[in-house]
Write a protein that binds this ligand. Sequence first.
Ligand code: NDP
Ligand code: HSE
Length: 429
Amino acid sequence: MPPTEINIGLLGAGVVGSGTLDVLWRRRERIAAAVGCPLEVRRVLVRDPGRPRPVAIPAGLLTTDPSAILEDPAIPIVVELMGGIEPAHGYIAAALRAGKHVVTANKDVIATYGYELFRLANDRGVNLFFEGSVGGGIPVVTTLRHGLVANQVGAIQAIINGTTNYILTAMEQDRDYADALREAQQLGYAEANPRNDVEGIDAAYKLAILSTLAFRSEVRPIDVRHFGITRLQAKDFRYAAEMGYVIKLIAASRLLDGQIEAGVYPALLPRTHHLASVKGVFNAILIDGDQIDTLMLYGRGAGAQPTASAVVADICTVARDLIRGVVDRIDLSGQPRPVVDFDDTESRYYIRMQVADQPGVLAQIARVLGDGRISIASVIQKETDETARSAELVIMTHAAQHRGVVAALEAIGHLAVVRDISNVLRVLR
Ligand code: NDP
Ligand code: HSE
């Protein structure tokens, strides 16, 4: 006999938590029919019960005491939507230890403590679901865990931060960085600390999660070198457009000779690239698998409703598993694979610098690049200030090792004729 109802304890009722409550209550009958019994939200943990919220939460449900959820034996499913690492990590671990199933959208925790929590969930025989942690409403975690189980995934290339894609799309249209960031915050896309978004940290967490699932080997956030979007200027977008490219914050990982390469960086993409037309808050993930060739997932990557859609789908799956008495164990049987030092990876590069407008400048720069075995693919030079006799130089290189490019730019920065190295970006094919 199915239970008459299943109780849920919610940790956090901010952007995503409120969205989740809204769907659970508005779609109550549909969800009950899909699961086999109604889902009841029994308690909601917040910091400030007096704070106005987008959904009206009965005062009797609100609590500031985590033990009211974590120690209530009548609550079998805990949904963590607080964000940050602690105390969220401690609460998730406590819930799993208490034999409760957990659903979370917390990429910081899953990326940092994933393996530890996956083992704990498997040992306790409970579910740990985290679809909302990557790609908002896009079912990419489920796709990697289940849909692509027959594949060896070889590579992932993705736009997985809605806030930065929203900002870059605005900048491409000559809009101001700070205004676009403010809008993304007002729309509920940004992390509590938006530095996580604009410095590429959030995307690095998400890439660590996707790569761990894809390559069946633990990839930690520390393994994913990340670069942010804060140095980009309107002129980078103009040069990119002139050469047939767009600029996106890319999260990419791949398996090469049994090792994993992973990084997050702003990059020039040819206008014809599948990810080039992904605009605003939308995310997209390209996955190469040996059975499917290439798969692309596309959808809203942040915001209350898309993320609530992913969270509620996880809650329903966990509730159905609970009724059937089964657990969806996380596969930890893969062979550990080393993660390559990012400095050893290769790419083409775009380099923009301010130089003195005088004879021999290009030759000096070309010599340093040549000494570092970095081959120049093209050069654009624009006169920027006639009185100061300075020029702006944009150099595109052929594929070169990151370490070599950093060393060459260090040497170029010391040339008397070079006034500033303004930006360095990877260039994808
Ligand atoms: P918010 O900051 O909007 O909400 C956080 C909620 O958690 C608030 O209700 C807050 O209480 C509560 N909370 C935080 N810390 C504590 C604490 N120590 N004790 C009790 N309650 C606490 O965050 P979001 O909803 O935007 O994000 C939640 C999670 O979802 C994060 O992990 C985020 O990375 C992830 N996520 C967010 C997306 C988005 O688009 N926003 C998309 C995908 C994932 P109070 O309201 O009283 O302050
Ligand atoms: N801050 C995140 C983003 C939320 O902008 O993508 C979704 O994970």
